[in-house]
Design a protein around this ligand. Structure first.
Ligand SMILES: [Zn+2]
Length: 59
């Protein structure tokens, strides 16, 4: 159960497999810290994705 916290970043970038992603989503409902961390990481991932897209468009 403790190792599920580690999956936040992996979930944010979409690298968890189906079972692990399901476990993590279930964990989000019961965790006081992961939802906020996921929100923060999701913003970072979105920023990175849009920046990389803009960069590839420019070159
Ligand atoms: Zn957690």
């Amino acid at each position: 159960m403790t190792s599920v916290h580690v999956d936040v970043a992996a979930y944010a970038i979409g690298s968890l497999d189906r079972d692990d992603a399901d476990d993590f989503v279930g964990h989000l409902d019961n965790c006081p810290t992961c939802p906020a961390e996921l929100e923060w990481l999701s913003q970072i991932v979105h920023l990175m994705t849009t920046t990389m897209y803009a960069y590839s468009e420019a070159s």
